[in-house]
Design a protein. Structure first.
Length: 465
């Protein structure tokens, strides 16, 4: 019940009342720098209390659960989340007296885990590089905890109130803010609640409005297999209930590298701090807006703030280690470029292949270490499971010759230390003091193995060059 003392004031009764009504701003500098003829505007979901678009469905899902008797006073909420939905649920739960348990993958930035804990939530972290039906996946763990805690699981991936929240609020806001003149709407596809819910309203007002889904490379929405990628909060390895391709006019795949570099550039040129998923959406929107007409209005939804990605997207060392940034003119990539052409690519072994095959591959290529990689190229960094070393294999076979016919994953060692292709040679020299080889990453993906011999050959060639 609203406090009657607030009558006539502009004081909100609770933080929940501040959800929605987010501003729309023209991306003036981006339009100038990218030579965009149309109007490009950003829907700033960062002004929601939890700092993201997920506040909207969090409120709608909890209110619906209360109405349906699924959530009782003093109850517990369990949900798998990349962070933002968890924050929205935690905010509404704090106001309504519920406890929360959130399940996350180990690819999310650590500050997101800390943020959820700051709201009083319990956080369980699971490995990202496992299929959805694996007992360790964050979907499976969330399902188990829901039963164990006798909890309510909003299940944002299947809950119709997720897209409904955006049909009721986000779509009408954009329509009103553009005076009904919006021609294109671009948003990242994850649970697809924001994309589908907003699209439903906009298409009802004007079927000619084009709806564009921005998707990470590797996600199933743009034709991938769902294999790991680094951008958080968007993309999937399955099709959630809100996925509605009949509503979408295009799906644009964007790489991790393009997403992250766009986020950094927009933050510096527009003064709007956006994260990796925001960078992904803006990258797709720029592509759309370049081909649009002068009278068109392209609206891109920025789902959250870059403050949740300071240790990832905005950390130069993290970006360089994954091969997204170049630190110097003569760097690791120069060593790889100087090698013989037949040594240029990534030579690897799969976990199920035998030790015998691994040895034959090392002998054929004149190398002493092999990364152990799941699936087939191009690999994501998370798909590197470990490594095998010539010396260690020799010692194991000497003790038991039967090792030759065992699968590699039964004898493999830890993953090789990683270094970015754009990082300094001095760093590689330091790292090679304690490791016989390094795994070089470019654009977030394994590129090649770098050894001491490679650097010695490079120095020798340079001395004679």
């Amino acid at each position: 019940m609203v406090d009657p003392r607030l009558a006539g004031t502009s004081i909100a009764d609770s933080v929940v009342e501040l959800i929605g009504h987010t501003p729309l701003v023209r991306m003036k500098r981006t339009m100038e720098l990218e030579d965009i003829p149309a109007v490009l505007a950003m829907k700033m979901e960062t002004t929601n209390p939890g700092g993201s678009a997920k506040d909207r469905p969090a409120l709608e899902m909890i209110l619906a659960a209360e109405r349906d008797g699924l959530l009782k006073p003093g109850g517990t909420i369990v949900e798998p989340t990349s962070g933002n939905t968890g924050v929205g649920l935690a905010i509404v739960a704090a106001q309504r007296g519920y406890s929360c348990v959130f399940v996350m993958t180990d690819k999310v930035a650590p500050e997101k885990v800390s943020l959820l804990k700051a709201y009083g939530a319990e956080v369980v972290v699971c490995p990202v590089a496992v299929p959805p039906d694996d007992p360790q996946s964050y979907y499976s763990v969330a399902a188990r905890l829901t039963v164990e805690r006798n909890a309510f699981r909003p299940n944002q991936y299947a809950n119709p109130n997720n897209p409904l929240a955006h049909t009721k609020t986000t779509g009408p806001e954009i329509w009103e803010q553009t005076a009904g003149r919006i021609t294109h709407f671009v948003a990242g596809a994850g649970t697809c609640g924001t994309l589908t819910g907003t699209a439903r309203f906009l298409k009802e007002q004007n079927p000619a409005i084009r709806i564009i889904a921005a998707d990470p490379e590797g996600s199933v929405f743009s034709g991938g297999s769902g294999r790991p990628y680094l951008v958080e909060g968007v993309g999937e390895d399955f099709f959630p209930a809100a996925w509605d391709p009949d509503l979408y006019d295009d799906v644009i795949a964007v790489s991790d590298e393009h997403s992250f570099l766009t986020a950094r550039r927009i933050s510096r040129t527009e003064g709007i701090l956006i994260g990796g998923s925001g960078g992904l959406a803006v990258a797709a929107a720029i592509k759309v807006a370049r081909d649009a007409q002068p009278d068109d209005i392209v609206v891109v939804l920025n789902p959250d703030s870059g403050r949740g990605y300071l240790s990832r997207v905005f950390d130069d060392a993290w970006m360089a280690n994954f091969g997204f940034l170049v630190e110097c003119t003569e760097c690791i990539a120069a060593v790889l470029d100087a090698r013989a052409e037949d040594q240029a690519g990534l030579i690897y072994v799969n976990p199920a292949e035998t030790v015998r095959i691994a040895i034959e591959r090392m002998r054929a290529n004149g190398i002493s270490q092999l990364p152990v990689c799941k699936n087939t190229p191009p690999f994501a960094a998370a798909e590197v499971a470990g490594s095998v070393d010539e010396l260690e294999l020799m010692e194991a076979i000497a003790k038991d010759p039967a090792v030759m016919d065992l699968p590699v994953d039964s004898v493999m060692g830890p993953r090789l230390p990683t270094i970015g292709g754009g990082q300094k040679l001095e760093l590689a020299l330091d790292m090679l003091h304690t490791s016989p080889a390094l795994l070089v990453l470019a654009g977030g993906r394994p590129l090649s193995v770098l050894t001491r011999t490679d650097i010695l050959s490079f120095f020798e060639a340079r001395a004679h060059g």
